[in-house]
Design a protein around this ligand. Structure first.
Ligand code: ADP
Length: 492
């Protein structure tokens, strides 16, 4: 089986905004795209946008988006010759990548061997150490039951699941007496989430930044870094705001990070898009955290700052083309926020509901990545990420102001979101100054939302009564799109 060969019709094995992004990339590359959808996603935006679409089963992801046999059958029935996994779902599943290749299709992602090498945090740390890439000091849990080695790291430490992701299982421990319970509960959570209860311990760094490097490899032995992203604004170890470049990274540090990331990728024979995550200490030292062997949620900030199209590069590399020359430093600044169906006033509780009205922002330097449509039910079966709003500018401040303005223009009615909270977050003096670290959001006081003026309620009520499908049969706000057609066609 040859890796890196041309293809023409891509199965997009995902949903939501990332499926929309990949479908657009395929179209721009002159390729056909085939969407997949579960029963509840029949009316979804990615389905409408793709050239063709195949239903793959009931709403629960295990029976649809996570089912390897169903995805392979869809690829076959729609005559696809390649598969793009997006992010999440099966994107980091080496078994899926291998099954795609065995079925004779092109896998638009890294070789399954590289995915496996980076899939275990314990094994990847060992490999990185051997490759000369600095890792966070850590310790394995010994069978003896003594915690000597762990405690010699110095408290606080963090207990992590080796198979981890999404911050699951992670426990920060500040006193020796909490250690054994933290290990036990991390094990339980890891077993439930990943089917693997292996855990280990790392030194917990104080006030680090999360800085990650975009890497890209091709089938001709080239591996390059395309700058870094700053992702320090996190809630419960999950990214909320990302930007490129990092306000803390100088050209010299960028070059050192790039070298470490390229060494990391080369050590596992990496091809296609990947991200090497580091923690950057206030001292300027940085440590390998993990590698994500896929396109990252926050890839648009790199695209905007560097003027590259990472999805087009993924398609080109998977087709066997050599990487073109790419810039090594950014020419603009870009910031992205993740819009979630959640209620910031109620402890960020995930929200479910029907989107009754949806208005995307626009304007110079504003980019929206969204899979949302009016009338859609959100928050029940899948990730609560509704959309990503990205703004770019010649300076960080220009990008930040554009993003604040874009959020002010964003309207999502029918389900609570974090849009207004994000806007206030971007206006805090810490975020405005770029003085951020991974623990900031735990302590930062984001000012409470002022109550909306009465006129806002009135405007929302009018808008909702006019929304298509609004209860009570309000006057239609939009002209019937078929009206002119019928008249012109003479009673079709
Ligand atoms: P996951 O794979 O579950 O996402 P990561 O290892 O990527 O876990 O870490 C996620 C986040 O948790 C990091 O971005 C950082 O904010 C925090 N974190 C992880 N390890 C450490 C550490 N050793 N010291 C301080 N913070 C850490």
């Amino acid at each position: 089986m040859t890796r890196g060969r041309p293809f023409r019709r891509v199965l997009v094995a995902n949903r939501g905004e990332i499926a929309v992004r990949v479908v657009r990339g395929c179209r721009a590359a002159g390729l056909e795209s085939v969407a997949v959808f579960s029963e509840v996603d029949r009316g979804a935006r990615h389905v409408a946008l793709a050239d063709d679409a195949v239903e793959i089963g009931p709403a629960p992801a295990k029976e649809s988006y996570l089912s390897i046999p169903k995805l392979l059958a869809a690829a076959k029935s729609a005559a696809c010759d390649a598969v793009h996994p997006g992010y999440g779902f099966l994107s980091e599943n080496a078994e899926f990548a291998r099954a795609v290749e065995v079925a004779g299709l092109v896998w638009i992602g890294p070789p399954p061997e590289a995915m496996e090498a980076m899939g275990s945090k314990i094994a990847s740390r060992a490999r990185m150490t051997a490759a000369g890439v600095p890792v966070v000091p850590g310790a394995l849990i010994t069978a003896s039951g003594t915690f000597e080695e762990i405690l010699s790291l110095g408290l606080p430490v963090v207990v992590k699941a080796s198979a981890g992701g999404g911050g699951k299982g992670m426990r920060v421990v500040s006193s020796a007496s909490e250690l054994s319970e933290a290990i036990a509960s991390c094990r339980r959570e890891a077993a439930a989430a990943f089917g693997d209860s292996t855990v280990y311990v790392e030194k917990y760094l104080e006030k680090p930044r999360h800085v990650e490097v975009q890497v890209f490899g091709d089938h001709h032995g080239t591996v390059v870094a395309i700058g870094e992203r700053e992702c320090s604004l996190q809630r419960r170890h999950q990214k909320v705001v990302e930007e490129c470049p990092s306000p803390a990274v100088t050209p010299g540090l960028r070059a050192r990070l790039a070298k470490a990331a390229v060494d990391a990728a080369k050590a596992v024979g990496y091809v296609n898009a990947g991200t090497v995550e580091f923690l950057l200490a206030p001292s300027g030292d940085f440590y390998f955290l993990e590698m994500n062997t896929r396109l990252q949620v926050e890839h648009p900030v790199t695209e905007e700052a560097f003027g590259v199209d990472l999805v087009l590069l993924q398609l080109a590399v998977a087709a066997g083309q050599a990487l073109p020359p790419l810039p090594s430093s950014p020419s603009r600044h870009a910031i992205e926020v993740r819009v979630y169906a959640e209620d910031p006033e109620a402890g960020f509780l995930p929200q479910a509901g029907r989107v009754l009205l949806y208005r995307e922002p626009a304007g110079p330097g504003v980019r929206v990545e969204s899979g949302l449509v009016e009338g859609q039910d959100v928050g029940v079966y899948y990730d609560p990420l509704l959309a990503k709003i990205v703004a770019s500018g010649g300076t960080r401040e220009e990008a930040r102001r554009r993003l604040v303005a874009a959020l002010a223009e964003t309207v999502i009615l029918g389900v609570s979101t974090n849009v207004a909270w994000l806007r206030r977050l971007l206006e805090t003096k810490e975020v405005a100054a770029g003085e951020i670290h991974t623990g900031l959001l735990e302590s930062l006081v984001v000012p409470a939302a002022p109550p909306p003026p009465d006129e806002a309620y009135a405007a929302a009520a009018v808008a909702l009564s006019r929304a298509p499908g609004a209860a009570g049969g309000g006057a239609p706000a939009f002209a019937d799109p078929f009206d002119g057609l019928f008249r012109a066609g003479g009673g079709a």
